[in-house]
Design a protein around this ligand. Sequence first.
Ligand code: PEP
Length: 258
Amino acid sequence: MSRRPVIAGNWKMHKLQSEAIELTNGIMQALKDEEKSALPEVIIAPTFTSLYAANKALKDCGCGKVRLAAQNCYFETQGAFTGECSVEMLKDAGCEYIIIGHSERREYFGETDEMVNKKAKAILANGLIPIICCGESLEQREAGVTDYHISSQITKALRELTKEQVAKSIIAYEPIWAIGTGKTCDSVEANRVIAMIRNVVKGLYDANTADSIRILYGGSVKPETIKEQMAQSDIDGALVGGASLKVESFSQIVKGAM
Ligand code: PEP
């Protein structure tokens, strides 16, 4: 089964609207000579306040090479939830994907596995694709509980989803100790964990579903690391933080995944 690679840029809490437009246009300009069918699925995830501006820039270009994601959502449809955004609102703003369960949201904003599951259900019910993050801390890795922890995160995140929903979802394996630290996880080890995640999906569903789901690596991905990462059997792409904030590094990563 051949899975289309995905390169997703998580802009975190960076970029004002004017900067978001500049970066969006810069990425599209850098990819203008590439055949759309040869490119990986390229996704950018600006902040809520820049979604409208980035979406407008994408629409104005009309090349369809770059797609829009949000960095978070709430699982309820509407109501008295001050400060939150529903999936329908994000779809209305042009998002096709939503990142959920990022370790920064788990650590600083109390996002639990149960919330990740509710968000995944809401996202899929609205026809969008969740990018479900998982990953172990350094303490968990050193204690030898990486696989146990990640299996548990994935099993809880996918609870009650159908195999059709899981097959079109995206998982991002992001070891917490590799995020924003410059310390990339060894590609062979990242591939081992990702293959383990695929096996968990196979156990919960079946071989077809496990073969279909795209599983990305995230954690200090750089233009210099992407080729080796993409050469691994089970790594289907990358979720990129720091290196997605500059046209040059992000477009090099995209091209490195072709
Ligand atoms: C991330 O935030 O998802 C991430 C992987 O960040 P960085 O690439 O900066 O490590």
